[in-house]
Design a protein around this ligand. Structure first.
Ligand code: FES
Ligand SMILES: [Fe+2]
Length: 434
């Protein structure tokens, strides 16, 4: 029987305050209810500071500054928001070719991905079973049938089994089979690869929820990466989410965007998974989001009349922002580095056949979004600088920021509950009074 430390909690009558009690439980006998209790660990942030973010929509305020600067809170988020859920690692195709292996950052640590010649993927902790050296530096890739640890030369096969441990000498009872690389749970959806590092999340399809059916019309699985824009943003990863969730700022900082999409348009959608998002209209004379309003690829087959005139902004927690356009899909993948720094991978995806045409040029999309991205990064970096100041105060949000509320209210509730909770739905929020 495997005994692991677990955390149970008690709540008061209002079901809010948690008391933690450490105990031991048999991992093999966990039921669904205990599952969520095991990872309950209230976040290291003063509960009083969260009150305004837990309030109803029209009375709420953004998160306190410490939520964007605290190393302890950041470590908690990596455990509970990233390791305990499904973190996006990128597009399978762009990440790792058959016969390759690659180390990628995921939450608190790194994962070694391997892909055999037949295309099957495996995920392991990027940790040697001898004394724990990383098998590859994060971001590095390598080729070949054997994985050799750079420290003392233990070698593993692509499936994680130990092949040799040189000069180990006589160790009675040593079992090669007990020293395989430790597997990490990975799963694919529409061409994106996800990892659940703790192994304790429900299945990926539950995490994605009704976003899966929604995305069917764009069929991202048939798309390829056409442009890659990588940024190092000096801001907390949550500020990037919050900025993505509103266009209140658009008329101030995005003149190019406002020429093709009215900043006041759009409505947010009800979600069954862990995602928040909605849509915005294209202006009558704009075909898509580009600097001229003109496109350079056919409108995707299968889109409704409505979807041909909209751009959606859908944030799949914790780190994949998906923006379907009439003719392409834009994505941002967030990789938090520290409380104040985030790596952002922005990609444009086009239908494979269109991208392969000799006369195809996808720069109309990437040039527009590179301009817009940089405007956004300047804004969130400015907020980050303010968040560290004793003069920073949480702000009242506008009714154009309902999705920002859904995001920070979910984060604040999760801090208090000690585990990731689903966002509220936009239809649950109070309607405008006029
Ligand atoms: S730590 Fe890998 S071989 Fe020693
Ligand atoms: Fe923006």
């Amino acid at each position: 029987m495997t005994l692991i430390p677990s955390v149970w909690y008690k709540t008061d009558q209002s079901n809010r305050f948690l008391t933690h009690v450490w105990c031991q439980t048999d991992r093999s006998k966990r039921d669904g209810r205990r599952w969520s209790l095991i990872h309950s660990e209230a976040a290291p942030i003063d509960r009083e500071l969260l009150g305004p973010s837990l309030a109803d929509f029209r009375e709420s305020y953004t998160l306190p500054g410490v939520a964007y600067t605290s190393p302890e809170l950041f470590a908690w988020e990596m455990r509970h928001f990233f390791d305990d859920s499904w973190t996006c690692l990128g597009r399978v195709e762009g990440l790792i070719a058959p016969g390759m292996r690659r180390a990628v950052r995921a939450g608190q640590g790194s994962i070694l991905l391997t892909r055999d010649e037949a295309g099957s993927l495996h995920g392991f902790f990027n940790i040697c079973r001898h004394r724990g050296h990383e098998l590859l530096p994060v971001g590095a890739s390598a080729q070949g049938a054997l994985i050799e640890c750079p420290y003392h030369g233990w070698t593993y096969r692509i499936d994680g089994s130990l092949k040799s441990a040189p000069h180990l000498g006589y160790r009675p009872g040593f079992q090669v089979s007990e020293h395989c690389l430790v597997p990490v749970r990975i799963s694919e959806w529409e061409g994106w690869l996800f990892a659940n590092v703790s192994g304790d999340s429900g299945p990926l399809h539950e995490h994605v929820g009704n976003l899966a059916a929604f995305m069917e019309a764009w069929a991202p699985r048939q798309m390829v990466e056409v442009s890659r824009m990588d940024y190092l943003v000096e801001a907390n990863w949550k500020l990037i989410h919050e900025n993505y969730q509103e266009c209140y700022h658009c008329s101030e900082i995005h003149p190019e965007l406002c020429r093709v999409s009215p900043p006041t348009s759009g409505v947010n959608l009800d979600a069954t998974g862990i995602w928040v998002g909605g849509w915005m209209d294209l202006r009558e004379d704009a075909e898509t989001m580009s600097l001229t309003g003109k496109g350079g690829a056919p409108i995707l087959v299968g889109l409704s009349e409505q979807d041909r005139r909209r751009v959606y902004y859908l944030a799949l927690f914790p780190n994949l922002l998906i923006s379907p356009h009439p003719d392409y899909v834009l994505t941002h993948r967030l990789e938090p580095i520290s409380p104040t720094r985030t790596r952002v991978e922005c990609r444009t995806l086009f239908e494979r056949g269109v991208a392969a045409r000799p006369d195809f040029d996808g720069r109309y999309a990437s040039e527009f979004w590179d301009v817009t991205n940089r405007q956004d990064w300047a804004a969130v970096e400015s907020i980050q600088r303010s968040a560290a100041s004793p003069g920073f105060r949480p702000g009242p949000i506008s009714e154009m920021e309902d999705a920002v509320y859904l995001f920070f209210n979910m984060v604040a509730t999760s801090y208090v509950e000690g585990r990731l909770v689903r966002p509220k739905n936009p239809s649950m929020l109070s309607k405008p009074l006029r």
